[in-house]
Design a binder for this molecule. Sequence first.
Ligand code: EPU
Length: 432
Amino acid sequence: MSTYRIEGGAPLRGSITASGAKNAATKQIVASLLTDEEVILHNVPRIGDVNITMDIVRSLGAKVEWSGDSTLHIQAATVGSGEVPVAFSGLNRIPVLLIGPLLHRYGTASVPLLGGDDIGARPLNFHVQTLQKLGATITFEPDCWRATASRLKGALIDLPYPSVGATESALLSSVLAEGTTVIQNAAVEPEIIDTILLLQKMGALIAVEVDRTIVVEGVRRLRGAEHRLLTDRIEVASFAAAAVATNGDVFIEGAEQGQIMAFLNALRRVGGEFEIRPDGIRFFRGNDLRSIALETDVHPGFATDWQQPFVVLLTQATGLSVIHETVFEQRFGYTGVLQEMGATIELYKTCLGGKTCRYRYGDHPHSCLVQGPTPLHGTTMQIPDLRAGFSYVIAALVGKGASSIDGAQYVERGYSHIPEKIEQLGGRCLVV
Ligand code: EPU
């Protein structure tokens, strides 16, 4: 258990380089199991979730090695087991994605129960229905799922909601299936498109059609490939929010405009500014910060993973901001700590926004009002989950005085070199 000691109150200034995307890296390590040839991934972030996923595929017989700081070589010449050890249960959301590849390579699959952040119920019914449609038989045991299939067969999969994970399950299971799979109402997050690019290099036939439809024509075999991961748009938005919240000026090398358009619009509406350069984006304040009404959504909407850093920024904006979280039902848990630090925040179970929302009639505090600006002061906090963790880091950087943030390993599951990047920007973050 490590702790960050952050001394707040100073603007972040300078430049950092964004890492590769967590939510593409882990999926592409899994995709590498679909071939017996070598897959080389560049721009892979050095984060906890990547380490866990590397250990999982190693346990199945794959060779996985780093070369340099961010290049990963993966080769699953043979897959020696279809069983992901139960020791990996509860760690992240990746094991379920292994079912399709393991069925193709080994014929049976057994994966432990999932972990990941406690941000809602996070059911897996879409994954199960997807695999069953493709012809897998799934049985549930107290500590794992077992799947069998002689050969997966293409099918029509109509997702009830554009789930990132279920879309990835469908893709990773259908690329080597017999026949054509049509995924309707698919998620089209940039990380998914990036994984499709890798699969295409490996020999897959995948078309991203209009209206969230993805068509996969199964092929008999996939080959090795080399691929550079896209930039982590969540890390970019997190440091951008930190720059503007602290009234700083930060250039993020590698930040890509096309992946964060909704974030840039919201940032500009609250008074933040940005300058798009060929090699990255510079973030700073253009005006006094003012409040906004915001609703999270699937891509290309305002991402749910940007919500937490943005709320910290809104504590520094003048007026009443309204945030409606429509993707996960329980993603405001972190606001209690912000209140202790001086923020004025209230949670509501009603939908404070006009978007269609699955939580309209539920009992979930999924809307939030933020009255700003409020000075924040340092405190001691315990990180509950990844994105909440980074919002605490930003709040500590904004706040006057020292903060102590316990449970740094939660935030390091998804962000690399946090203390180094903060120090590079003139902030004070010690690991104790
Ligand atoms: N859902 C179901 N049934 C399912 C699958 C999903 O009801 O079988 C619901 C979820 O409960 C949720 C919604 O669908 O309400 C969206 O979930 P989704 O499947 O899209 O999320 P995920 O695949 O579990 C990924 C990212 C999350 C990110 C979401 C949304 C990874 C490892 N995780 O989760 O990232 O917030 O998509 O974009 O890719 C993070 O990086 O900190 C993180 C939580």
